[in-house]
Design a protein. Structure first.
Ligand code: FMN
Length: 184
């Protein structure tokens, strides 16, 4: 049984749906009705500042609060979808903060994070002004997937801008309708 975790990374104010989520919602509509979907807005999560304990304590205590919620949601999903606008040709800070937590979760005794992640798929849905200049961000995400042995499922890109601008990108919307239902 597959289950999808959508991690949205736009920093628009609560209640203002961005282009990336609009594109992702269009993609998610194609999933079978009985496929569980969980959506988490990373910018609304309170994550602790990441501290690199790799070469001192060497391990981390179990996360608490929103970090624990995110770890549980991450472990529960078979498919993780980064719903990621491009910020400064790179990964937006809410998603970067979440990714840094992976380094901690890999070192929480008893979690075996890397083994679990190696059985999951990673998808990316993105918007920005220019597809070619989104490539470094896509490359970063693929390298993250590779590092944990996740199956890289590729990126869906649409042209963003002001909210709903992506609705004019009919090519992206057409691809969205089959993106997440690709054979795995
Ligand atoms: C802080 C910030 C940095 C951005 N940097 C880029 C960029 O490097 N390249 C680009 O094409 N668009 C950039 N944009 C534009 C966004 O990628 C674009 O508007 C996107 O559709 C926003 O996603 P959203 O509507 O889901 O919030 C940036 C926007 C913000 C707020």
């Amino acid at each position: 049984m597959r289950s999808f975790l959508f991690l949205t990374a736009s920093t628009r104010e609560p209640g203002h749906v961005g282009n990336t989520e609009t594109l992702a919602r269009a993609a998610a509509e194609a999933l079978p009705a009985d496929t569980p979907q969980q959506w988490i807005a990373l910018a609304q999560c309170q994550l602790p500042a990441f501290v690199d304990l790799r070469h001192t304590a060497g391990s981390y205590p179990p996360p608490e609060g929103d970090a624990a919620t995110l770890l549980d949601a991450t472990l529960a999903a078979t498919d993780i979808v980064f719903v990621s606008p491009v910020y400064w040709f790179s990964v937006p800070s809410p998603l970067k903060a979440y990714l840094d937590q992976w380094s901690a979760w890999m070192r929480v005794p008893g979690v075996d994070f890397k083994t679990h992640m190696g059985k999951k798929r990673l998808w990316v849905i993105a918007t920005s002004g220019d597809r070619a200049k989104a490539q470094p961000m896509f490359d970063s995400y693929k390298l993250c997937a590779d590092f944990l042995g996740m199956q890289w499922m590729g990126a869906l890109w649409g042209k963003g801008g002001a909210p709903n601008a992506v609705l004019a990108d009919t090519a992206a919307l057409a691809v969205a309708h089959t993106f997440l239902t690709a054979p795995v």
